[in-house]
Design a protein around this ligand. Structure first.
Ligand code: NAD
Length: 324
């Protein structure tokens, strides 16, 4: 397949490009290299892709690019570009979230409609649920986001549904649940924890550690994205990791895999849901989704990657922010 991946230099986008290339697809990666976190990391994410046959990189802001020529030759567009992170989405930063998550997605959908794109896969988020009314949460439950970030992801997902219903744009919106693995964004809890453990730095814990997430390994996510594209299925589906784990349990497991983490307790931050847990029945039926990587294996891969990238633990931690 000929694929366009937006957000190709990011955490999940760079894994997706690798996965697609490994399966023989042609990939055009697009990314604005935003400064939400150090673009040096994004260049590092891209490095193994650049120079490979069947991979082309276009640097640019999707809102300012002419997308029709880019999408016109594609069998599928994976739309991952966006502004992630729940805690930073309050206040004046909301304008950035609105632009990168909502306006950009509308721009993508207009182009998808105009070129009659055969397939669109959108990276939505478990943040649309907020504090859900039931667990594990099925897609049919009323979304109740507790962060402005979640509101923008829900708006973008609803736009996908609107263009699908009105114009037949074949969009699959996948609600990703706390994705982790090598090269995870530095603001996310696992990346901060691994840095804290490997470099013996304190870890600021927001809340009592009893908050739980349905952590999902990045390799399972990118496999599911391609499977969703190939299946032709459209709609909204959860992609969770298959088990719910508290942050306290993650900290204890990391102690076994790397080193004990020095936790510095702090208050919970607004925007964080207390719990997430995905009902993944729909994704399993629609495109055979079965998360295969358990937490111990996935976390060990992250630790190994961190040690490889920075054996003496000298790199600075990223901005301290989101758990998902
Ligand atoms: P990331 O920040 O590492 O990647 C996003 C990329 O998009 C960045 O490289 C950024 O430069 C690029 N980008 C942003 N705005 C752009 C624009 N206007 N034009 C072109 N490029 C632009 O984030 P990630 O963790 O890889 O997340 C990827 C997607 O998955 C995001 O849409 C995020 O909301 C969604 N998501 C992530 C998670 C998670 O756990 N990581 C969970 C749910 C949903």
């Amino acid at each position: 397949m000929r694929a366009v991946v937006t957000g190709a230099a990011g955490f999940i986008g760079s894994h997706l490009c690798q996965h697609l290339l490994a399966h023989g697809d042609e990939v055009v990666g697009v990314d604005a290299m935003t400064a939400f976190y150090d673009p040096v990391r994004k260049r590092r994410n891209l490095a193994p892709l650049l120079g490979r046959d069947r991979f082309v990189f276009r640097r640019g802001d999707l809102l300012r690019l002419r997308l029709e020529p880019l999408f016109g030759a594609a069998d599928v567009v994976y739309h991952l570009a966006g502004q992630p992170g729940v805690r930073g989405s309050w206040g004046s930063e909301f304008a950035v979230y609105l632009e990168r998550n909502v306006l950009v997605t509308q721009h993508v959908l207009e182009a998808a409609r105009d070129v009659r794109l055969p397939r669109l896969v959108f990276a939505s988020s478990s943040s649309v649920y907020g504090d859900a009314e039931a667990y594990p949460t099925p897609e049919t439950l009323r979304p109740r986001p507790v962060s402005p970030y979640g509101v923008t992801k829900l708006a973008a997902e609803q736009l996908c549904e609107t263009y699908r219903t009105v114009f037949g744009v074949p969009a699959a919106s996948l609600r990703l649940f706390s994705v982790y693995g090598p090269r995870q964004r530095p603001d996310m809890a696992f990346a901060r924890l691994v840095t804290a453990a490997c470099a013996d730095r304190p870890f600021p814990l927001y809340g009592d550690g009893g908050q739980s997430r349905d952590f999902t390994y990045v390799g399972d996510v990118v496999k599911a994205m391609r499977a969703a594209a190939l299946s032709g299925w459209a709609g909204v589906a959860n992609l969770g990791g298959g088990s719910e784990v508290t942050l306290r349990q993650v900290i204890s497991l990391l102690g076994e895999l790397a080193a004990p983490v020095r936790v510095v307790p702090g208050p919970a931050r607004p925007g964080d849901a207390r719990r997430t847990a995905a009902d993944i029945t729909l994704a399993r039926r629609a495109f055979g989704y079965r998360p295969a990587t358990g937490l111990r294996t996935g976390l060990a891969a992250m630790v190994a990657d961190a040690v490889r990238a920075d054996p003496v633990g000298s790199s600075p931690t990223g901005p301290l922010g989101s758990t998902g």
